[in-house]
Each structure stands twice: as C-alpha cells, then as structure tokens.
Ligand binder design. Structure first.
Ligand code: FE2
Ligand code: FE2
Length: 153
C-alpha cells in the first residue's frame, strides 16, 4: 500500500526525535564516565554527538522539503525518553556501550522501516535514509567491537 506524504513526515519526525535523544544521551555519557578505560569511549561518543546532530539536520531538511513542520522541545520532548538513560555508575563503561548499541539498533530499525515504507514513492527520502542507515550500521559495528573488548577484560 502506498505511503502518504503525511505518513512519511511522521516516520521522519520519529527518526528526528530519536536522533536528538541520542545526542542528549551520548553527550551525557561522553562527559559522565570516569577512569582510564572510559577515555576512548568518551572520545568516540563526543565525536558521534556531532554526527547525530548532522543526521537530525538532514532529516529536518527533508521534512520541511516535503511539507512538514519541525516541532520544538515542548512537543518533541513527549516522544523522547524511550532510550536507555545515561548510567549512574560513572565507571560502568560496558553499560554505556550496551546503551549505545541499543540506540543504534533502534535507529537502524527505524530507517529500514522508512526505506521500505517509501519504496517506489519517495526516492529522495529513501536515499537519505539509506545513507543514514549506513552511518548507524557503522556506529553499531564499532560499539559491538568495543563491547567484545570491554566485556572480556
Ligand atoms: Fe544518527
Ligand atoms: Fe549513530
């Protein structure tokens, strides 16, 4: 069944709020963690914050392009809070890595959903989501690699 433009906008808005939630949680984890073992993870997350903001900007651009409107924090805030929250034990590096993996898996799943939904209807949105999916898969592989190392040492 063909997806309507309004449905596409709603799917993209969901990704948009997921990206912004990721920004908040990665930023928090990139400063909250303590210890030598955390240093590489903190650096990686600090860099990812900028990448995830760029994703949100590209989504917002596409939403506007197809007739949508970007809500502010009051409305968007209602859609947030589904992700694993920053760890309270600031030495729990593996806890942070697991939360990043969960967030990246959720982002990949949402992009795949959009890619399928707009197939044959909206190629520009599809192309954008394929590129964003490629980025998230890269993050996912990287953090799965971190988990292998950190969970065994
Ligand atoms: Fe992202
Ligand atoms: Fe990501």
């Amino acid at each position: 069944m063909a997806v309507t433009q309004q449905q596409t906008i709603e799917l993209l808005l969901e990704s948009y709020s997921m990206e912004l939630e990721t920004v908040m949680n990665y930023l928090a984890n990139s400063v909250n963690l303590d210890g030598v073992r955390a240093e590489e993870i903190k650096k990686s997350l600090a860099a990812d914050v900028l990448g995830e903001i760029a994703h949100a900007q590209q989504l917002a651009g596409r939403i506007k392009q197809i007739g949508g409107h970007i809500a502010g924090s009051k409305v968007l805030g209602l859609a947030m809070g589904k992700q694993i929250q920053p760890v309270t034990d600031t030495t729990d590096v593996t806890g942070v890595i697991r939360s990043v993996i969960a967030a990246e898996e959720a982002a990949c799943a949402q992009y795949k959903k959009i890619i399928k939904a707009v197939d044959g209807e909206d190629y520009v949105t599809q192309d954008l989501c394929i590129r964003l999916l490629a980025d998230e898969e890269e993050h996912l592989v990287q953090f799965k690699g971190f988990l292998k190392e950190y969970a065994t040492s």
